[in-house]
Design a binder for this molecule. Structure first.
Ligand SMILES: C[S@@+](CC[C@H](N)C(=O)[O-])C[C@H]1O[C@@H](n2cnc3c(N)ncnc32)[C@H](O)[C@@H]1O
Length: 290
């Protein structure tokens, strides 16, 4: 049985953990979980057919942790296991194919607050780098730290950096919480903050705040609760966003989109399914001395 072959992660440090023989039995997950947390592999191979639904959900929650972002779960045939929250493959390819698109409105609003443009930017959840590439094209003196746990996304990002501009971008592939760099004038997190569980959100948020200089700016989105909320995500409403920002930030831009209209899919009768909750666009300035 595979569990008996799991040895200390100090001895076994490989980027792929082959658990194809693992099958769900009462209490077996705990042992495997401990091993995965210790080894932090990039890929875990599982045989989906051997897993209970509960175990699949547990594996997904495990690789979605603040400190595990980037680990992929794949079935023995190479197919991903998990949802968009843990695997961004389709999203990455769509973004790559879309080519150059202007920065989202929160980023556009934020950069307009700097007389000569921001100098040091952190893009949390940079994905394939659309905003990174736009920023370095717009500002020749800017330096952007592009952070994403998804290795496929950052590989695409690196390829998109125009020749001669490499010094303007530092790419960090890994969980955001583990990034320990300098503070930035601007931290953008376009469509990223909600992708944390309720338990992990405060640590992630405090880390984001700590990476912004006094007087610096945060720009990004929060999601309202949808019809089918996911445990892996954190949802906000206007009140809770304002409460989150109250102590450390002054709000510069706050806009609510009725996301049902933006993302809802009409059925045959033209009725719109409320897939998503509200969408909040937020830009805020960090108070001095915080
Ligand atoms: C919805 S995408 C947004 C990408 C991009 N900012 C955009 O606007 O298209 C979310 C991205 O955040 C990354 N991400 C989410 N949580 C993360 C974490 N804790 N650490 C590192 N990357 C994370 C995911 O890998 C994914 O590429």
């Amino acid at each position: 049985m595979i569990l008996s072959t799991l040895i200390s992660c100090v001895l076994l440090s490989s980027s792929t953990l082959d658990l194809r023989e693992y099958s769900s039995t009462p209490n077996s997950f705990k042992k495997v979980e401990k091993h995965i947390l210790c080894q932090k592999p990039k890929v875990v191979i599982l045989t989906k057919a051997k897993l209970s639904e509960e175990d699949i959900a547990r594996f997904e929650a495990l690789v979605n942790r603040n400190d595990m972002k980037g680990t992929k779960l794949v079935d023995t045939d190479g197919e991903q296991i998990g949802s968009l929250i843990t695997d961004w493959h389709t999203y990455n390819l769509k973004k790559e194919a879309a080519g150059d698109i202007p920065p989202v409105k929160t980023t556009a609003f934020a950069i307009a607050q700097f007389e000569k443009g921001p100098r040091e930017v952190i893009d949390f959840g940079a994905s394939t780098g659309n905003e990174v590439i736009q920023l370095i094209k717009m500002f020749p003196d800017i330096h952007v730290v592009a952070i994403d746990g998804d290795e496929e996304a950052t590989t695409i990002l690196k390829k998109r950096i125009p020749p001669g501009k490499e010094h303007q971008v530092t790419v960090y592939t890994g969980p955001f919480i583990q990034y320990k760099g300098n503070q930035a004038d601007l931290l953008i997190a376009s469509f990223v903050f909600p992708y944390r569980s309720k338990e992990d959100f405060p640590t992630m948020w405090n880390h984001a705040v700590s990476l912004i200089k006094d007087g610096g700016i945060v720009a990004g989105q929060f999601f309202g609760e949808p019809a089918n909320p996911k445990k892996a995500m954190t949802y906000h409403d206007e009140q809770s966003i304002k409460a989150l920002l109250k102590d450390d930030f002054e709000i510069l831009f706050f806009q609510e989109d009725h996301a049902i209209k933006v993302y809802g899919t009409p059925d045959e009768e033209g009725k719109v399914t409320p897939m998503w909750g509200e969408l909040y666009h937020v830009v805020a300035r960090k108070k001095r001395g915080k």
